[in-house]
Design a protein around this ligand. Structure first.
Ligand code: ZN
Length: 189
């Protein structure tokens, strides 16, 4: 897929739901590839390289292991994705306020009696990832290149912390500072 627009759809996660989705929703799972790739974890060296290549907002979501999607309470329940043709479910699309590259596509079953809405049931959601062209000609992306496996938040934390310490501080100074900080903490009680 060529990067023509400011953002473009890149990867879609498997459909996630608390309850079994209607059979027609199964197609939302998309590429069969996804399931296979999720089973493989990325080597730490690859995670180190990835961490060096992305910005802080992306790292925050990676370290947390999840995105920050505003709830319906925060944004109001706007079905800005219209109506899903296949299922008739109403669609709410919402961007992660942190990395701004992940978009959650939620499916809602709005029950009604005549014109009166009686209940609004959350059915489930999938996440769509976008890329973004930056002003300096770079490309922001949340996902790593395909075929490298999945990275764990633990690996991201390790890569970030290693980048902060490795080669910049002596171990002896680190221990001294740790002991001092702990003493201060206890003294401040
Ligand atoms: Zn995010």
């Amino acid at each position: 897929m060529a990067a023509t627009a400011r953002t473009l759809t890149e990867v879609q996660t498997p459909f996630m739901t608390d309850q079994p989705p209607a059979t027609t929703l199964r197609s939302i799972q998309g590429e069969q590839e996804t399931t296979r790739q999720l089973d493989l974890f990325m080597p730490q060296e690859d995670v180190d390289l990835y961490v060096d290549s992305v910005d802080d907002q992306i790292l925050l979501c990676r370290e947390r292991g999840r995105h920050s999607f505003p709830s319906a309470k925060e944004t109001g329940l706007r079905f800005n994705g219209g109506v899903d043709e296949e299922t008739g479910l109403l669609v709410r699309r919402v961007m992660c306020t942190c990395c701004r590259l992940a978009e959650r596509v939620e499916y809602w079953d709005v029950k009604h009696r005549g014109t009166r809405v009686t209940r609004c049931e959350y059915v489930g959601a999938s996440v769509v990832y976008h890329t973004e062209h930056t002003k300096d000609g770079g490309l922001r992306r949340y996902t790593n290149k395909p075929g490298h496996g999945r990275m764990k938040p633990k690996q991201v934390k390790t890569a970030v912390a290693t980048g902060m310490l490795a080669g910049t501080v002596s171990y002896r100074d680190l221990l001294k500072a740790a002991k001092q900080a702990n003493d201060e903490r206890l003294g401040a009680r």
